[in-house]
Design a protein around this ligand. Structure first.
Ligand SMILES: *[C@@H]1O[C@H](CO)[C@@H](O)[C@H](O)[C@H]1NC(C)=O
Ligand SMILES: *[C@@H]1O[C@H](CO)[C@@H](O)[C@H](O)[C@H]1NC(C)=O
Ligand SMILES: *[C@@H]1O[C@H](CO)[C@@H](O)[C@H](O)[C@H]1NC(C)=O
Length: 529
């Protein structure tokens, strides 16, 4: 399913509605590249052109099924530990241990209890950790760290008047969107006052959690599937996967659409109900907190930065577990079913999914491409974007695919559902989109162990050949055109927003043949196992 299809917010065409916090504007991810061109109107272009022009057609559909999950007020009250509960580092290091920071060589990986530690060393993201008795103050979007009793009695501690502020979204370098992410304040609670009234008592726990808090954002650009994963779920997973779902997600810019659309992924990150930090009014108490998320690169997990060496394949496995969850209760019939499935898989031809976009970056001769794929030996599955199907249905479709082909676009984020080490992905890069395509999906897919190929569209295959004269630099040298004729504006308006493709069937047949050969090799390998 296309993420943008589910946005509950209607974006007026040509206006953008970007000042609405609830709008999760699509796109904008290419700003790093745009920065190189240094264009004054970048933000205008980003907001209006990219968002509206490219994604508006898919942004206008309402969620037909959004189901609600427990939020804030309905969160259960877990075990009532003692009021002074402090993080326990359990000897032997099982999942209960509150080693909040899983990143190697982080200044916070050896932080002391009852302290706040912030790692602001990344250009992408700030992450702060609070070890100890953490309580929310909903009114000021603050997290207060209460010192243990004996320390509090000694009067002022050095940490006390320090306040840390974090916007929990990993695009620190992009002012435009960060300004829309609410700022969370972290501080050590004031000591007891002489008159005996204590701040601690003003922050009695309404809900006491026995797992630490992760503050993340459901806003920013996350109405777009690429951003939902790249800015939201993957960074959150990087930050808390070592806690094995013993973590409470405290979400800013929470909205029911997000919770419904990504219910399985959310439950793959956390065993607990989500807390809506902005709209809740109760005081939640945690044995620790992480505010903000780690970020390793575009859809990238860098195992060298994680203490447990996890990879993108582990992230895929989390998704697979989440989407395949309902455990089979009757073992025997299920086994027979498995055998039948395996038998069927052996007999049928390899399956190719074709991602079918609407509006822009359309494969104009898609029907001919599908026939070609069939003649090459594939069973073909046309996967329409914005078809209103839940992500679980997409998961099931892609799980069954041996190969996936699609033109560059946010839907290709679903490559995360393909079977690592088995499936292949071919991304069709329209004119002028080649570097972006490789960076967004090519490299991440290869890292996940997919056989990756990028089909570079030539001028004659692009609909731009109908709009520009044969010798025009827009057609002959897109990189030069971007440099000289309009930078990101040109990319957004022309290369991404105004281009369809008609694939050269003779050339594309070679790509399909390679994908088919790969699928057959994988099949033989599986049969030997
Ligand atoms: C507080 O005072 C007690 C007793 O005077 C002392 O043992 C303890 O180390 C002090 N704690 C801090 C954080 O200064
Ligand atoms: C992670 O990799 C490093 C270097 O290869 C190795 O020394 C370490 O034991 C690994 N850790 C885990 C938890 O697998
Ligand atoms: C691309 O194809 C779509 C669907 O057929 C069409 O609506 C759109 O106008 C086409 N765009 C261009 C630039 O030809």
């Amino acid at each position: 399913m296309e993420a943008s299809a589910k946005l509950p917010v209607v974006v007026p065409k040509g206006v953008g509605g970007m000042d609405n916090d609830d709008v999760a504007p699509a796109g904008g991810k290419k700003q790093a590249a745009a920065g190189r061109w240094g264009f004054v109107q970048f933000f205008f272009v980003l907001a209006v052109v990219f968002c509206v022009l490219l994604y508006a057609p898919r942004v206008l559909v309402l969620s037909p099924y959004g189901y609600s999950i427990d939020v804030g007020l309905f969160a259960p009250t877990p075990t009532t530990a003692t009021a002074s509960s402090v993080p326990q580092r359990v000897a032997g290091g099982n999942a209960v241990a509150l080693d909040l920071d899983n990143q190697v060589r982080s200044p916070c990986s050896s932080m002391r209890d009852h302290t706040i530690c912030c790692d602001r060393s990344s250009v992408h993201t700030d992450v702060c950790f609070m070890a100890g008795d953490v309580r929310t103050d909903a009114a000021s979007l603050s997290l207060l760290l209460f010192p243990p009793h004996q320390q509090a009695q000694n009067g002022t501690s050095s940490e006390e008047d320090k306040e840390e502020r974090v916007r929990p979204y990993p695009r620190k370098w992009e002012r435009f969107i960060m300004d829309k992410v609410p700022e969370v304040r972290l501080r050590v609670a004031a000591p007891r006052r002489p008159d005996g009234e204590r701040e601690e008592e003003e922050h009695r726990c309404d809900v006491r959690h026995d797992a630490p808090l992760l503050v993340m954002s459901a806003g920013g650009y996350t109405g777009n599937l690429f951003h939902a994963f790249n800015d939201g779920f993957l960074p959150s997973w990087l930050t808390v996967q070592h806690l094995r779902r013993r973590v409470v997600l405290g979400v800013v810019s929470y909205n029911p659409w997000w919770a419904g659309m990504f219910g399985e992924v959310i439950s793959g990150l956390s065993d607990h109900p989500v807390v809506d930090l902005l709209h809740g009014t109760r005081t939640h108490c945690f044995p620790g907190a992480i505010v903000g998320t780690r970020y390793h690169g575009i859809l990238i997990v860098d195992p060298a930065r994680l203490r447990d060496n996890k990879t993108i394949v582990d992230f895929h496995q989390m998704l697979a577990d989440a989407y395949e969850k309902p455990p089979r209760e009757t073992a025997r019939p299920a086994q027979q079913q498995d055998l039948r499935d395996a038998e069927q898989r052996r007999r049928r031809r390899p399956r190719l999914g074709i991602v079918s976009r609407k509006g822009t970056r359309v494969i104009e001769n898609q029907a001919a491409v599908a026939r070609l794929a069939s003649s090459v030996g594939f069973d073909v599955d046309i996967l329409e974007t914005a078809n209103g199907l839940p992500l679980s249905a997409w998961y099931a479709s892609l799980r069954a695919c041996d190969a996936l082909v699609g033109v560059h676009g946010a839907d290709l984020t679903k490559f995360l559902f393909l079977r690592p080490g088995r499936a292949s992905l071919t991304q069709i890069a329209p004119l002028g989109v080649s570097p972006i395509a490789r960076e967004d999906f090519g490299e991440p897919a290869a890292r996940m162990g997919l056989a990756y190929e990028q089909y570079e569209v030539r001028a004659g295959e692009s609909s731009l050949a109908r709009r520009y004269a044969p010798g025009d630099v827009v057609l002959t040298d897109p990189e030069a055109a971007k440099r000289d004729k309009g930078g990101w504006n040109l990319v957004a308006r022309v290369y991404l927003g105004g281009q369809n493709v008609t694939l050269d069937l003779a050339r594309f047949r070679q790509t399909l043949a390679r994908m088919h050969a790969h699928a057959m090799r994988q099949r033989r390998r599986q049969e030997r196992l």
